[in-house]
Design a protein around this ligand. Structure first.
Ligand code: ZN
Length: 444
């Protein structure tokens, strides 16, 4: 629905979108907008001022048996009108619910008259408590105060008075403010002041020092992995064992090296644990026991997920093979075809090759080709070109492709290839990195 509003600042009249029915399961995108503070917010086309529209809203969340109607106080509705409005809005959502799913709470919608309470109830369905919301809003306030602090001394004092508010979330808030300032190329003084603040927080707060340590460890690991031509189990185990006592670092390491969690890694950690036990190094024994248990849990979870993914891939492949129209079947299930499926498909192709099952092999190869063609269509044009280059095989063909590009497009493509190659160093396929590096020569 649209409504006419007047900008509170410049009085320009314009039409704005209003959403009044928000259903957590049926319209999750509206719920997301609500949570991020963007729902029923109108931006003036002339001066850019944003206004929160005082519109009644119904919120329904079947999973949490929550049905409530927000009737803004500003509307000043007499009780009778208010009841009528709540009844009508409830009716609009209730009539969509099949009788079999009807539950008692649907007969008793709550009427909420402040946005604050309304939002608290919505956030509660996400496990976010009013205390957490208050903390976040205090963190924002602190950041605002720091942005306008008159000098380093004033900043330092504010930080000392509010040290409890400085956590990882605060660092990420500060990081995004800095990024915005850099992009807007305005407020250079503020940029310098807040950069100094960030540096100070890294040095002078406990959480800052922890984060700094974690980043240093990650940088060292990347450097060593790059020097070795990739991350090895030995190297990964060494870093995990050395940092076992630091939980934050352990988690960051495991997130970055998830693919490296395997049986061999666990064996290395177990050996280190035995060695620590032999030396009666109690703190290290405790830390490594915790690490070993964590790895076991992760490993079991990954195995289960892999098993499930394999079953799904098998099912999808057999469905496609059975379908009367292969191209259509591929098209229809495109969104389900992930890396795991492609891995499974490649394995089946190998298997059919070995067994010389020519009919099956042809069918599998056709599926593979169809998927590759579809996948390529989804890519941005630059990546399509890079793919063409990678598959061109010989260099003269590659040179032809580059020569056929408009000259002004070449530097950008060269840059993308360089970035891709650089990003892959340390965790990508070495053969791929070499190919990308060779492509770079084409642009020189
Ligand atoms: Zn305006």
């Amino acid at each position: 629905m649209q409504t006419q509003i007047a900008c509170p600042r410049c009085q320009t009249r314009f039409a704005a979108d209003v959403h009044q029915l928000i259903d957590a399961q049926r319209t999750p995108q509206l719920k997301q907008m609500l949570l991020s503070g963007g729902l029923n917010v109108a931006n003036c086309p002339k001066c850019g001022t944003s206004t929160q529209l005082a519109a009644p809203m119904l919120y329904h969340d079947a999973d949490h048996q929550l049905l409530m109607v927000y009737v803004p106080m500003e509307l000043n509705l007499p009780i009778k009108e208010q009841e009528k409005l709540v009844g009508e809005m409830t009716q609009a959502i209730v009539k969509e619910i099949p009788p079999a799913q009807f539950k008692g709470y649907l007969l008793q919608p709550q009427t909420i008259i402040t946005m604050k309470t309304f939002m608290e109830k919505v956030f509660a369905t996400e496990g976010i408590t009013p205390e957490m919301l208050e903390r976040q809003s205090n963190q924002l306030k602190l950041l605002e105060q720091l942005s306008v602090a008159k000098d380093g001394t004033a900043m330092r004092q504010l930080v000392q008075e509010n040290e409890k508010l400085v956590d990882e979330y605060f660092f990420s808030l500060l990081g995004s403010v800095l990024q915005n300032l850099m992009q807007s190329q305005q407020g250079e003084n503020q940029l310098v002041a807040l950069s100094n603040l960030q540096a100070m927080l890294y040095m002078e707060t406990e959480i800052g020092r922890q984060m700094e340590r974690r980043q240093t460890v990650m940088r060292q690991l990347q450097k060593e992995a790059k020097a070795q031509g990739g991350l090895t189990v030995e190297l990964f185990a060494k870093y995990l064992i050395e940092n076992a006592a630091d939980e934050g670092t352990t988690i960051t390491l495991l997130q970055a090296g998830q693919a490296g969690i395997n049986y061999e890694l666990m064996a290395q950690v177990s050996n280190a644990l035995e060695a620590a036990e032999a030396q009666k190094d109690a703190p290290q024994v405790a830390a490594l026991t915790k690490l070993r248990d964590l790895l076991m849990d992760l490993y079991t979870q990954m195995q289960q997920q892999a098993q499930l993914a394999l079953q799904q891939s098998q099912q999808i492949l057999s469905d496609i093979l059975k379908a009367p129209n292969t191209a259509q079947a591929v098209q229809e299930r495109l969104e389900e075809l992930d890396e795991g499926f492609m891995y499974h498909l490649a394995g089946q192709i190998k298997h059919a090759e070995n067994k010389e099952e020519t009919v099956l092999l042809a069918a599998l190869r056709q599926i593979h080709a169809l998927i590759m063609r579809e996948a390529e269509k989804q890519l941005p044009p630059e990546l399509q070109l890079i793919n063409q280059l990678l598959h061109a095989g010989d260099e003269s063909l590659q040179r032809q492709i580059v020569a056929s590009m408009p000259p002004e497009a070449r530097p950008r493509l060269a840059e993308i290839i360089e970035t891709m190659a650089a990003e892959m160093v340390g965790n990508g396929d070495p053969a791929m990195i070499e190919q990308l590096e060779r492509l770079q020569d084409l642009f020189e």
